[in-house]
Ligand binder design. Sequence first.
Ligand SMILES: Nc1ncnc2c1ncn2[C@@H]1O[C@H](COP(=O)(O)OP(=O)(O)O)[C@@H](O)[C@H]1O
Ligand SMILES: [Mg+2]
Length: 310
Amino acid sequence: MQRRSQVRRIIAVGGGKGGIGKTLVSVNLAVALAQRNQKVVIVDADLGGANVHTCLGIAQPQTTLTDYVERRIARLEDVCVPTSIPNLSLIGGALDALDVANLKFQQKQKLLRNLQTLDADTVVLDLGAGTSFNVLDFFLVAHHGLLVLLPEPTSIENAYRFIKSAFFRRLQDLQTSMGIEDLIETAMSTREGAVRTPLEFVARAKAIDAEAGARLERELEQFRVRLVVNQARGPGDADVGHAVVSAWRKFFGLNLDYLGAISYDDAAWRAVRKRRPLLVEGPESIAAAALRKIADNLLALDARSASRTP
Ligand SMILES: Nc1ncnc2c1ncn2[C@@H]1O[C@H](COP(=O)(O)OP(=O)(O)O)[C@@H](O)[C@H]1O
Ligand SMILES: [Mg+2]
């Protein structure tokens, strides 16, 4: 049997909270990449509140992830519906939120595996809010885990909690294969309580077991997250992105690639009200230009890493 091709790039758009622009970023990033002649599938993975179809101006698809998860449709590609944007198709989110939000482990593993074999250059996953395992596992399956935050202390706190949860979730996957369950458990609990940062965790793990600790340190080094600041209201807000990158690196040991800031722009919410992607409804707007730039920065990151691999 012929081996199925792999999707070149999976981008997951997450953040700790609702209403911060995850769907705005997902939809317009998908449109920007489709406009650059990529074959793109956007997946509405907000299992409790699917609304990508609305932002794309199409009715709730007749077939959705629910049909796939509940095995009424065997192949994930058969859930894809075309959109009005050339090169862009949609896998609609769950109709009956409760069923799919409680996705069982095996169902989720199958879905995560099959996302990687979709016939597309790029798959964009629009995630729901919160830090449940369902959300984190979609974030972790992506080549580019993209974190959206607003330039406000509360949003930055939520975003950190989200990334920290994602990193520790990744460790859970690793611990069995590395045989270091005990080490992780010991390093996670300190006399003062739970370990507070990935950096602190790695330092403790190294003190307990130098070799395994060094592997965990490499894991943390390789755990890269892309950052987008949304609803910037002044030039200082774009700097928030740079400040977060250096603070998180220094205090938490986290590596972020800053992709850019999107201004607060009336064109953005106007487009949503018209049920059209911002890149189509207001292509000349400042926010649309920022979104296109973010798409280009992301492609540039991939080009750079491709040139590093022999
Ligand atoms: N840069 C922006 N400028 C103006 N309004 C925005 C911007 N980003 C998001 N919004 C508004 O916030 C609302 C919520 O955004 P959405 O993408 O649905 O968030 P999430 O998916 O994180 O819940 C949008 O409907 C839009 O009206
Ligand atoms: Mg959303």
